[in-house]
Design a protein around this ligand. Structure first.
Ligand code: BTN
Length: 275
């Protein structure tokens, strides 16, 4: 990515992913950011709805054009990039609000703070150009507080217990994304893998992971070089999980209870919890 990110701002869009994908297909440069004050059809992973009220958060999509080391097109499903983006957003948020709100990560790329999910990341590939569109949603201040139909969601204002201006958060967040992406391209995944593990509260703890229809229980042992989660199963064998929808059983009663319902890829449930 050359130079600073270029932000294109909209009042309302269906989804910044849609706009960014159209721009990417039309040749928009890497580093173009589509930001909206509100989304009418914001989406999350697994076809979930992403609640994006006007002024309630930062809703944006960043166009990336990563190449593999051999010059080929990059497959975002190969987990590294989504975890790199998660670490970068975590760094950016901590820089923006100060060290009093440590950001934790839930595999693969949910950002947790103050007892809930404060931000989520959605990577999509634009098939015509091969660009990757990294969608970032940060819940900053829901009008009227976190909606009841989104158990597990929290906004930054609630997590911090003080007002936050989303306009102050955007610059450090975008800077952290640009830096993180550049560092991944030049230094590789290993520093991000280590930082990701440091932010993962469930390391070496029992977890329940639901991948599609299947439920796997084991101890979260590691994150591999592709960003896959390595589980140690009760029979002593290892199971490596790539992309999938996950549900966690928390390591202790004091831990964040945060469950995402599992469903097969492509299924849609508009009122699903878990933003
Ligand atoms: C998730 O946790 O399920 C991912 C949520 C991603 C939400 C962001 S908001 C900006 C961009 N536009 C969308 O429609 N989704 C992403």
């Amino acid at each position: 990515m050359r130079g600073p990110l270029r932000v294109i701002r909209y009042a309302t869009v269906t989804s910044t992913q849609d706009v960014a994908r159209r721009l990417a297909a039309a040749g928009a440069e890497e580093g173009t950011v589509v930001l909206a004050d509100a989304q009418t059809a914001g989406r999350g992973r697994w076809g979930r709805r992403w609640h994006s009220p006007r002024g309630g958060g930062l809703w944006f999509s960043l166009i990336l054009r990563p190449r593999t080391r051999t010059g080929g097109r990059f497959d975002p499903a190969a987990g590294q990039l989504s975890l790199v983006v998660a670490v970068a957003v975590a760094r950016g948020l901590e820089r923006a609000v100060g060290a009093d709100l440590p950001i934790r990560l839930k595999w693969p790329n949910d950002l947790l703070a103050g007892g809930g999910k404060v931000a989520g990341i959605l990577l999509e590939r634009e098939p015509r150009s091969g660009a990757v569109v990294a969608g970032v949603g940060v819940n900053v201040s829901f009008p009227g507080g976190p909606p009841r139909d989104l158990p597990g969601a929290v906004d930054l204002v609630t997590a911090l217990g003080r007002p936050v201006d989303r306009e102050d958060i955007l610059p450090p967040l975008l800077a952290a994304l640009a830096e993180g992406y550049g560092a991944w391209r030049s230094e590789g995944f290993e520093p991000f893998r280590r930082e990701w593990l440091g932010r993962f509260p469930w390391l070496h703890q029992p977890v329940t992971v639901a991948v599609g229809e299947e439920v796997v229980t084991g101890r979260a042992a590691d994150l591999d070089e592709e960003g896959r989660l390595v589980l140690l199963l009760p029979d002593g064998s290892r199971r490596v999980l790539a992309a999938g929808e996950v549900a966690w059983r928390c390591p202790s009663p004091t831990s964040i209870l945060f469950l995402s319902s599992s469903r097969p890829a492509g299924a849609h449930k508009a009122d699903s919890p878990g933003q």
